[in-house]
Design a protein around this ligand. Sequence first.
Ligand code: FES
Length: 110
Amino acid sequence: MTEQRTWKVTFLPINRTVEIREGDSVLDAAVKGAIPLEHACGGVCACSTCHVIVKEGFADLEPASDKEEDMLDNAPCLTTTSRLGCQIEVTRDLVVEIPPMTRNQVSEEH
Ligand code: FES
């Protein structure tokens, strides 16, 4: 049995790092670490509330699918390194920022 690799996902601006298994998503890391990243559709690429801005590691990610690109178009604070957290399969250490509008949505709901 080969040992499964683990990677670190760091969430800004709260600067918390969560370790997860290879192939888990950024959303999986957020849930595991109790990071306040919204995920209204439950992680099936049907909303844009899990929007994150990738600060480190963007170039090494699998490209976004057309569906993810479509969903991202609805996300506030869109940048050239924006992705949906539930669609990022983690295959290296990453640093992601939870954008201000997403954070606002979270705080409005609580
Ligand atoms: S949780 Fe809905 S698209 Fe990621």
